[in-house]
Design a binder for this molecule. Sequence first.
Ligand code: UDP
Length: 479
Amino acid sequence: MDAIQAIVLYPSPPIGHLVSMVELGKLILTHHPSLSIHIILATPPYRADDTAPYIASVSATTSSIIFHRLPTVSLPPSITSGTRNHETLTFEVLRLNNPHVHQALLSISNSFTVQAFIMDFFCGLGLSVATDLNIPGYFYLTSGAGFLASFLYLPTIHKNTDKSLKDLDTLICIPGVPPVHSLDMPKPFLERNDKAYECFLDNSTHSTRSAGIIINTFESLEPRTIRALSDGLCLPDDITMPPIYCIGPLIISQRGGGRADVPECLTWLDSQPSGSVVFLCFGSLGLFTKEQLEEIAVGLERSGQRFLWVVRNPPSHNQSVAIAGQVDPDLDYLLPDGFLDRTKDRGLVVKSWAPQVEVLNHDSVGGFVCHCGWNSILEAVCAGVPMLAWPLYAEQRLNRVVLVEEIKIALPVNESKSGFVSANEVENRVRELMNSEEGESIRKKIEVLRSEANAAVSEGGTSNVALVKLVESWNQGMV
Ligand code: UDP
């Protein structure tokens, strides 16, 4: 009897990457229900949000998805004590895990015919494991085509200068992307002596040797960029572009494992007028200092707009993102005196976490102050909610350029050199988003894209067809 066919997925540990990859697995199953989907989990070097409830809910509801937890690796003290950024920690964990990935793939291959190994773009070292085992390896980009263009263009930038991007004051012209200031490039690309830079450079090269690159975007969202990518314009001349599959927007349908009751913020939204509320939420890792939180509060209060704001504790020590478990914030201490009381009729502050997808899809929400994480962007597009782009980390400054200048579905939030945003800027931008011609124009654009997103994933839509092609390539054993 023929062995059951399987696809193995290898996500990077942070929750945004994990969820996006699992949703890809679910999507593949809708096209090919007889497949067995195996997800290899490396244990994250930090806990920004507990992934356990999500994994448990997927395991309970989708029996064709099987999780394989890799053994915990111990990081050398030089890495745990000396590392400044979570990208380097993640790459180190993934590097140490590569022998375990080999074992896991071997053991899955004993019972299944593995048709494809799909790895997150952080997990590029896995490609050699797949190649050794004669399994076609694919890359999955949890960000958009704009980021893929910059990722593939990194070796060209590296060759053309011996300076770090952080030391250049210049515009980088990536084919298919508006000119990007060097400091707006993805954070780990800025310092060429950094370990994470080196890993991204290697992974960029690995990805071009893969059987294909899957992106969580759709053609009418980033048409010019996707064309430049497909034409191989982002690669050095001697490298051929592998096929790209734009299969998005892939967003989480239900996080699961949460509270059974309706969260207070959704009940509160029920009592607000249609399209009147600005939602402020900064991803799974975004943190602000107490000074910045106070400035946002003052700006929001002066704007006179209704708001729903997710507030977290400020970073401890010199961390700029949440890389440890979070304790709920003390709002009375963090926010200006009397702020909560003065705004109680038109604002709600939520501690640490809100059900973002449900919030964005609530009729009362009319604007989103967003940290420009790609999942959040796609969730806003699918809900038709225009954004204020306030990037914090990773590739988010590049995403701001793409959102504001290319797709035109966000207005920029401008920060000082040190990254501080004034109360004035918050006040003016929030007003502009909710009450101006510019705000209206991006609202119209995102409403059009919302229906185009729906069309893309419907039968015969571009993303649907791309997925069919991807699955067919496995059936035909094409690599
Ligand atoms: N999210 C949420 N509630 C929060 C903060 C984040 O549901 O209070 C979800 C959000 O809907 C998105 C994910 O967490 O699906 C964040 O992913 P994204 O790519 O936007 O940013 P990252 O956290 O990776 O920076």
